[in-house]
Ligand binder design. Structure first.
Ligand SMILES: C[S@@+](CC[C@H](N)C(=O)[O-])C[C@H]1O[C@@H](n2cnc3c(N)ncnc32)[C@H](O)[C@@H]1O
Length: 268
């Protein structure tokens, strides 16, 4: 039996613990009306280490780069998908407009992300033979775009592939136009990607790549982009080495945005 003063001291102590701001490393448990406080030191140390690691600007840049290059179904991936939707809508729409898409064309978008460029290109393919193909190796982006384009996928007007640019499940010489925005920077082997694009394109087909070079260079300076493949020269060299001709970069002013476009013709 405990005396009154011991009981009230214990109650006072318990109240103090409960009223105190939450202490890191201490966990409060409530079972059947009883309160106990448990030390979770190991978790706390791990959390502290994790916080220190992810809070450095270099780690943040690396994490952002990974999500931009391959968005995953996660909080970070969801945020990146929102960023792409808000920031790149005008670029995607403009690149579609300058790609010279004809109503009866077979058109391919690489690394479509959330799917805004696909939506825009589909509107131009009004002939019955007009066909749109999209591909992305992020399962999350593939699902997001599939949802956005659901009706056109069902009708057969649009086909979406979950695959790598370097290994496309497409027949040789079947595509009239290829377009992509903010995608090649993440390819580990530009020549492999360019060769594969050349393979699927019809002779004389046009490829257009859109980017806001100043933003890309700013991201690269912060090491968001892996390596040096983001440089337009690197990609243009890979295109020329893969059989493309008339490879050039132009400054573009379309609707209300300024951007850069790389053009290349698939000579065969
Ligand atoms: C920065 S996001 C750009 C998305 C969209 N085009 C835009 O500009 O908003 C790059 C996209 O390309 C995809 N991607 C990157 N490398 C790829 C590859 N080798 N094959 C297929 N998709 C790739 C990523 O999964 C991601 O959805």
């Amino acid at each position: 039996m405990t005396d009154c003063s011991t009981q009230s001291r214990a109650r006072l102590l318990q109240q103090k613990v409960l009223q105190a701001p939450p202490l890191t490393g201490l966990k409060e448990n409530q079972t059947k009306g009883k309160t106990s406080v448990e030390f979770t030191g190991a978790d706390w140390l791990q959390d502290k280490t994790r916080r220190r690691r992810t809070s450095s600007p270099a780690m943040f840049a690396e994490k952002l780069g990974k999500q931009l290059g391959h968005p995953t179904r996660s909080v970070a991936g969801w945020l990146v998908s929102k960023l792409l939707t808000v920031r790149n809508r005008a670029l995607e729409e403009s690149v579609v407009q300058i790609s010279g898409i004809q109503p009866e064309d077979t058109v391919l978008e690489l690394g479509h992300g959330p799917g805004l460029g696909l939506q825009s290109a589909a509107k131009l393919l009004t002939a019955p033979t007009g066909h749109l193909i999209g591909l992305d190796y992020s399962a999350y982006m593939h699902q997001m775009a599939s949802e956005l384009m659901k009706e056109l996928v069902t009708s057969g007007k649009v086909t979406l592939h979950h695959c790598d640019v370097a290994a496309m499940p497409l027949v040789d010489s079947t595509v009239d136009r290829v377009f992509h925005c903010n995608c090649y920077y993440f390819w580990p082997d530009l020549k492999k990607g360019a060769t594969e694009i050349h393979r699927v394109m019809k002779p004389g087909g046009l490829m257009v790549t859109g980017m806001k070079l100043s933003s890309v260079a700013a991201f690269a300076a912060k090491r968001v982009m892996p390596g040096e493949n983001w440089r337009p020269d690197a990609y243009m060299t890979a295109l020329s080495d893969s059989g493309f001709t008339d490879v050039r970069m132009e400054d573009k002013q379309h609707t209300h945005i300024t951007f850069q476009a790389i053009y290349a013709t698939a000579s065969k």
